[in-house]
Design a protein around this ligand. Structure first.
Ligand code: 5AD
Ligand code: SF4
Length: 474
């Protein structure tokens, strides 16, 4: 499924920079102090990364930032379409701004992200939310300066939702939320069409950023002092298949691991179908790559996996986990996503998910009750189990995982982990908080000057959600 990738040209970017300048002088004339923008982000890290680019462009246009919607002159909702619950929250939150907009007509309200890429949602906004000024899709983020400028100067509402899905924009300004932890999207889109999932319809086909572009951004971050850098993609394991010459994800990891500096590389999400032994070996061999594998299995039952169009079996999944454990031992942390109550799933089939959970002993799980998504094959399947019943199954799953997490935590007593000290702790005034490769939190007593560095910490007392530890003297 090759896609015609179109890199946004320097000319197009230049045109956008001209809009940034036009917006800047317009806003300076319109307001005596810096107007504030509030960007509200739902959903996955890709959306967080998109919002950081949107904010980068807004900053150039002269906006400051606030979390308080009611003091903002520009409010942008960057939405998620993966589950209905996230969509309902957006409708609720946008609806609650109606009064504010009516009494402040100069305020611009904009919606973007995956939800907007669905026609029925864009139609609903058009009809039922007349106070929304601007709606734009996932493929035109680089045109934010132009779209906001038009929203500031035109009376007409703007709906900019082109279908073109092969776009990659390099060189956009980024305003990052954190000064130690950063996201780098390495690819966009998804080709997998899992039968329950809306992502391939709203994010388009897979397309990879060039190795040199990723490396340039990565080195820039390391030079700026970033310590935890997460590579993002819906399925990072298929990174590079569309590049010329083809390059694979393991090769990219090795290149980044060789960059000079003290940092940790994370990545997500891996798809079991494309997760290779080479990738696991690369993780084990590269000292700067975190021994953390986020490998969603969704279900432990082979019939359900087939109906989900996942392209692997429970046995293949376990084979990968066992090999990864063989290579990385106790250092490895596994996390996963699970869907409970896929259409037609029986209670017996759900028991296979529970038994898989017992086998893999994940550090933590992200669990979701199936949510029908219009336009996906699963939404057309018979779904006889009630939501209440599915909620009961989910509670059973969570109780099991809680026991597993607690016994896993207990096993860590006396072990030493390389941790990134990211801030103040909560256990007491002189406690600091640090994160292991597997995203476990250890709190220990230490000097504030350790914040922002990697340290070895020995676990002295595993508690329920965090562990107590002490700094290992070197
Ligand atoms: N219903 C419930 N969960 C879903 N996910 C994706 N689509 C759906 C859906 N329709 C979950 C999957 C995926 C995670 C990001 O969201 O578990 O891995
Ligand atoms: Fe959705 Fe499957 Fe693609 Fe993940 S791999 S984004 S679950 S279609």
């Amino acid at each position: 499924m090759a896609v015609n990738v179109r890199k946004i040209s320097e000319q197009e970017l230049e045109a956008q920079r001209a809009y940034e300048q036009k917006a800047l002088s317009l806003l300076q004339k319109r307001y005596t102090s810096k107007p504030l923008a509030c960007v509200i982000t739902y959903g996955c890290q890709q959306n967080v990364a998109d919002s950081e680019r949107i904010k980068g462009m807004l900053e150039k246009m002269g906006y400051g930032f606030t979390d308080d919607r009611l003091s903002a002159k520009l409010i942008i909702f960057n939405t998620c379409a993966v589950r209905e619950h996230a969509e309902d929250r957006v409708f609720g939150n946008v609806g609650s701004l109606k009064k504010y907009k009516l009494s402040n007509p100069d305020v611009v309200i904009a919606l973007c992200g995956c939800m907007m890429q669905q026609q029925h949602i864009a139609d609903k906004i058009k009809q039922s939310f007349p106070f929304v000024d601007l709606v734009f899709g996932t493929h035109v983020i680089h045109r934010v300066p132009e779209l906001i400028y038009k929203a500031l100067t035109q009376k007409k509402r703007i709906f900019e939702l082109p279908d073109e899905d092969g776009v990659i924009a390099e060189g956009l300004p980024v305003k990052r939320d954190n000064d130690k932890k950063a996201w780098i999207p390495i690819m966009y889109g998804c080709n997998n069409f899992c039968s329950y999932c809306i992502v391939p319809y709203v994010r388009g086909r897979e397309r990879s950023r060039k190795v040199e572009d990723v490396v340039k951004e990565f080195k820039g971050l390391v030079n700026e002092g970033y310590k935890e850098i997460t590579l993002l993609g819906q399925n990072v394991n298929s990174y590079g298949k569309d590049l010329e010459p083809a390059v694979n994800f393991s090769e990219l990891l090795r290149i980044l691991n060789d960059v000079d500096g003290d940092f940790r590389i994370r990545f997500m999400t891996s798809h079991p179908k494309d997760c290779t032994k080479e990738l696991l070996e690369t993780m084990a061999q590269c000292d700067k790559v975190a021994c953390h594998l986020h490998l969603p299995f969704q279900s432990g039952n082979n019939r359900v996996l087939k109906a989900m169009n996942r392209g692997y079996t429970r046995e293949k999944y376990l084979e990968l986990i066992n090999y990864a454990r063989e290579l990385m031992g106790d250092e490895l942390s596994i996390t996963s996503d699970i869907i409970v109550g896929f259409p037609g799933e029986t209670y017996e089939e759900f028991q296979d998910t529970l038994s898989l959970i017992e086998e893999i002993k994940a550090t933590s799980l992200f669990t979701f009750i199936y949510s029908p998504r219009k336009g996906t094959p699963a939404a057309e399947m018979d779904d006889p189990i009630s939501y209440d019943e599915k909620s009961k199954w989910l509670r059973e799953l969570l109780a099991l995982q809680e026991k597993i997490s607690a016994s896993q935590m207990a096993l860590h007593k006396g072990k030493t982990f390389k941790c990134f000290v990211y801030g103040k702790g909560k256990l007491g005034d002189n406690y600091l908080a640090a994160r292991t490769d597997g995203n476990l939190i250890i709190e220990f007593e230490g000097d504030d000057r350790l914040i922002g560095t990697f340290k070895k910490i020995k676990v002295t007392e595993p508690l329920t959600y965090v562990m107590k530890g002490e700094l290992e003297r070197m």
